[in-house]
Design a protein around this ligand. Structure first.
Ligand code: URA
Length: 197
C-alpha cells in the first residue's frame, strides 16, 4: 500500500473512532471534525502538537489558528513549507474548552500517531510541548518540559523537544529558546542547501 493510501485508511478509522466517550460526545454535539494530521506522506520532518483547538476541529486541519500561524512561521524560518513536512497531534479530537488531554485519552489515541510515524518514517520528529515530548521519549505524565528540551535519538530518528507555539504566544521571549532547540535541524538543512557534506 502507498504511504498516502495507508494514511487515508487511517484517517477514516480516526473519523469513526469513539474510544473516548466525552470527546466523541463533544465532537458530535458541536459538529466538530476529527483532525488526523496533514502534510507530505513522505515527509522527512514530522511535527507533533497536543490537540486540536476550535478552529482545527471546525476545519479538520491541524494548527490553523493563532498557534498555527506561529508554527507556519517557525517552519518557514527553518527554510521549509508546511507542504513539505507532516503535522499531527497527540489527540485527534478537540478536548472541551481546550483542557489538557487526559492520560486515558492520550493512551486511546496513541496507536494512531504511532502508525502515522511508522508509515511516514520521518528522519526528524519535532515535539511541540510536553505532551508530545512525553509520548516520544516515553516519560511519565508529570515530566517537566525543561528536562526534555533539545535533541534526542530514538529508533534511528532524531527527536527535538521544544516549546509549544501556544506557550510562545504567551511567552514571546522564549522564541529564541526554540531556535536554540531547533539548531541541530537548522544546521543539517543549511549544510544540505549549501551542498556541503
Ligand atoms: N494546538 C495544537 O497542539 N494542535 C493544533 O492542531 C492546534 C493548536
Amino acid at each position: 500500500m502507498l504511504q498516502s493510501e495507508a494514511l487515508q485508511h487511517l484517517e477514516s478509522k480516526i473519523a469513526a473512532c469513539t474510544k473516548c466517550h466525552e470527546l466523541t460526545q463533544y465532537r458530535e454535539g458541536c459538529g466538530y471534525k476529527t483532525v488526523p494530521g496533514a502534510g507530505n506522506p513522505n515527509a522527512r520532518i514530522f511535527f507533533i502538537g497536543e490537540a486540536p483547538g476550535k478552529n482545527e476541529a471546525e476545519q479538520g486541519f491541524p494548527f490553523v489558528g493563532r498557534a498555527g500561524n506561529l508554527l507556519t512561521n517557525i517552519i518557514q524560518a527553518i527554510g521549509l513549507t508546511r507542504e513539505e513536512v507532516f503535522i499531527a497531534n497527540i489527540l485527534k479530537c478537540r478536548p472541551p474548552e481546550n483542557r489538557d488531554p487526559l492520560p486515558e485519552e492520550s493512551k486511546n489515541c496513541q496507536p494512531y500517531l504511532a502508525l502515522q510515524i511508522k508509515v511516514i518514517n520521518p528522519e526528524w520528529i519535532v515535539c511541540l510541548g510536553r505532551y508530545a515530548a512525553r509520548f516520544m521519549l516515553e516519560k511519565d505524565p508529570e515530566t517537566p518540559m525543561r528536562s526534555m528540551r533539545g535533541l534526542h535519538e530514538k529508533d534511528g530518528r532524531k527527536i527535538i523537544c521544544t516549546y509549544h507555539p501556544s506557550y510562545l504566544l504567551h511567552n514571546p521571549s522564549q522564541k529564541a529558546e526554540v531556535v536554540k532547540d531547533l539548531e541541530p535541524l537548522i544546521s543539517v538543512l543549511r549544510t544540505e542547501r549549501n551542498g556541503v557534506q
